[in-house]
Design a protein around this ligand. Structure first.
Ligand code: FES
Length: 56
């Protein structure tokens, strides 16, 4: 499922990035460019980030 439509980034790509060591929105921005265009996905990215980090 796409989380960031502007950059075409899926939830699985975000989970992979977190599994690979990303632990903040800054890391996700650097790794995948999420939230760098319209910014609408930032909230969803943040919740996915905290959900994934707490379930690791
Ligand atoms: Fe992610 Fe627009 S949906 S920057």
């Amino acid at each position: 499922m796409y989380v960031c439509l502007c950059k075409g980034v899926t939830d699985n790509q975000i989970k992979d990035a977190i599994a690979g060591g990303a632990c903040s929105m800054r890391d996700l921005r650097n790794d995948l460019d999420v939230g760098t265009q319209c910014g609408k996905c930032a909230r969803d990215c943040k919740s996915l980030l905290s959900e994934t980090l707490t379930s690791q």
